[in-house]
Design a protein around this ligand. Structure first.
Ligand SMILES: *Cc1c(COP(=O)(O)O)cnc(C)c1O
Length: 387
């Protein structure tokens, strides 16, 4: 054979792969099939790499176990998991109810894309009772989209009751389960049809990889989700799937620490004179605490608190004085982060008084006493200007 041909054939994997603790990361669009008879046998063979190879298959199976689901679909970001789910289950003429506290880019997708395809979007107050929410739904409502707790303002919905009532009316339910990471709350066990996660956050755990998932158990819903991924053409890389699987190995350990430190810091904040109110569902006395206690097995490190009313300059002084907390969006990584929430709340339909300017914290894996000292320095800077 000539050099050209020899160099194309050289180095092909022969024989079984050595067994490592993680799955092999396969890079491949083309999949070589063993014989002509199975070229089109999509039921028994992976015939093309876009469907995912070993690492993606390992991740899907691990997430299905985490969420207690029959199957899981993967997307290149959490946002794609949400848009992919909505595109897969809704059609022109349908109406969707969306909780008003939803992750802001979801609202943008609903307003700019769903409406463009003839889907009516109605925002509902997240504090509405399950009964009022479902009985108020028109006959065109096909899906209720929830996020519990909301990731800025931490409202809790009674997902179990909403799912039960929605089912009697033939309405599907989906929830953004990123806060619980599929670990602290398992929506499908409470009757929710689709549990969506931004794996980018806690499952990844290192703030360096995007991915999203949708988990379902009903075969019709699962088929729609899988068809949706195929039809739109989403794919995730083996490297990224591997990174998610690696994060998943330590998710329970990391989450226990995030949750414990977060509660310790929330309790400390609650006692500071500069703080007006806490928004942390796992903190006794906070809105939604009873539902959290009933349904969730633990807490993550994401919560908000309101400073006592003061100027924007005082709020900025608080944030700028922080040395250990980074100023940045996203959460779920090993590092602590802080943001002010006000600009993101402007798009909401149902206004609410939080008692003062709202700050969201993500508590990372640092020593909580160091984080408390950092927050105290921030509050001192705030108090200097608030007086
Ligand atoms: C970050 C986030 C998403 C979107 O995830 P990306 O991977 O960044 O697209 C969705 N929902 C919630 C609650 C989030 O915090």
């Amino acid at each position: 054979m000539s050099d050209e041909t020899r160099m194309i054939r050289a180095g092909a994997v022969i024989g079984p792969l050595a067994k490592t603790v993680g799955p092999p990361i396969q890079r491949g669009s083309t999949v070589l099939l063993p014989n002509a008879a199975v070229l089109y046998d999509d039921d028994n063979y992976v015939t093309y790499g876009r469907a995912g190879l070993s690492a993606q298959a390992g991740l899907r199976s691990a997430l299905a176990e985490l969420e207690g689901a029959a199957g899981v679909t993967l997307y290149p970001s959490g946002m794609a998991a949400i848009s992919g789910t909505l595109l897969a289950v809704l059609k022109a003429g349908d109406e969707i109810l969306v909780v008003d506290n939803v992750y802001k880019p979801v609202r943008r997708f609903c307003d700019q894309v769903q409406q463009q395809f003839g889907v009516t979007v109605t925002y509902v107050d997240p504090r509405k009772s399950a009964e009022d929410l479902v009985s108020g739904a028109s006959d065109a409502v096909r899906l209720i989209f929830l996020e519990t707790p909301g990731s800025l303002t931490f409202e809790m919905q009674d997902l179990r009751r909403i799912a039960e009532l929605a089912r009697t009316r033939g309405i599907l339910t989906a929830t953004d389960n990123t806060w619980a990471a599929g670990l602290l709350f398992r929506p499908l066990e409470h009757g929710i049809d689709i549990s969506i996660q931004a794996l980018t956050k806690y499952v990844c755990g290192h703030s360096d990889t995007f991915m999203g998932s949708a988990a379902a158990s009903d075969p019709n819903v699962l088929r729609r989700l899988e068809d949706g991924v195929t039809n739109i053409g989403w794919a995730v890389s083996g490297e990224d799937a591997y990174a998610m699987l690696r994060g998943l190995r330590t998710l329970p350990l990391r989450m226990a620490r995030h949750g414990q430190s977060g509660l310790q810091i929330a309790q400390w904040l609650q006692a500071q004179p500069e703080v007006a109110a806490m928004y942390h569902p796992a903190l006794p006395g906070c809105p939604g605490h009873d539902l959290w206690a009933r349904d969730f097995s633990g807490t993550c490190g994401l919560f908000s608190f309101a400073l006592k009313p003061a100027s924007n300059a005082a709020v900025d002084a608080f944030l700028d004085a922080l040395q250990l907390f980074g100023l940045g969006f996203s959460w779920g990584g090993f590092e602590s982060l802080a943001i002010s929430c006000a600009p993101q709340l402007k798009v909401r339909n149902f206004e609410r008084d939080y008692g003062g300017p709202l700050i969201r914290l993500h508590i990372g894996l640092e020593d909580p006493m160091d984080l408390i000292a950092d927050l105290r320095a921030g509050l001192d800077a705030y108090a200097g200007l608030a007086r």
